[in-house]
Design a protein around this ligand. Structure first.
Ligand SMILES: [Zn+2]
Length: 210
């Protein structure tokens, strides 16, 4: 009996605000699965899953594996880009039985730079557009360019939460980096680089098999 072909997956590893989302938007041909976006959608809908995750996310803690993995799996398609998953070796081990991972990109960041970037982040609650008061300001101050909605700051985009999130993130993720490095499919990116340069590196790695 032949098994069904598993989804072909690209993985983006990196803390929130490292620019993964921006690069994911630019990469065509892959369905973008962002655990952050999926969770926020659950929270907004007020589902039991959403409610149980809400408190943890606001404190900068991690959401249990079992919840995340079932959420991810329900969004599988033949070509997927996983953004923000896996975050731990346990998740990576679960994932490798479910999908074929062709390439893993690690968005490496400087923590102080990240704090500056995230505390300046503003989002549109209507169309979900993301702005940055320093790097990508809206044309009209504090207002969405696309739909004219006033921009808001996400509750978890404050310095204390960000630093706590980074401590949790780094201790959990370091072993994951080694896990993929050993498999020979990891590419480290300097997340401080400009988005165009990063997009080119990612594109070449995926589409020009060297
Ligand atoms: Zn908008």
């Amino acid at each position: 009996m032949r098994k069904e072909t598993p989804p072909n997956a690209i993985v983006f590893i990196g803390p929130p605000g490292s620019g993964k989302g921006t690069q994911a938007e630019r990469l065509k041909g892959y369905q973008h699965i962002s655990t952050g976006d999926l969770l926020r959608a659950e929270i907004q809908k007020g589902t039991p899953l959403g409610l149980s995750c809400k408190e943890k996310i606001e404190k900068g803690e991690m959401v249990p594996d079992s919840l995340i993995s079932s959420l991810i799996e329900s969004h599988f398609s033949p070509q997927i880009l996983l953004d923000g998953y896996p975050r731990t070796v346990a998740q990576a081990e679960w994932l490798q039985d479910k999908v074929h991972i062709s390439q893993v990109f690690f968005f490496d960041v400087d923590v102080d730079q990240l704090v500056e970037r995230l505390t300046n982040r503003r989002v549109c609650s209507t169309c979900k557009c993301v702005y940055n008061l320093v790097f990508k300001p809206p044309v009209k101050p504090f207002t969405c360019d696309k739909c004219d909605t006033p921009l808001i700051q996400r509750a978890d985009d404050n310095e204390q939460v960000i630093r706590n999130r980074m401590r949790v993130y780094q201790s959990e993720t370091a072993p994951l980096i080694d896990f993929y490095k050993k498999k020979g499919i990891l590419t480290r990116l300097d997340a401080g680089n400009n988005p165009d340069a990063l997009a080119k590196i990612i594109h070449d790695k995926i589409f020009k098999k060297s």
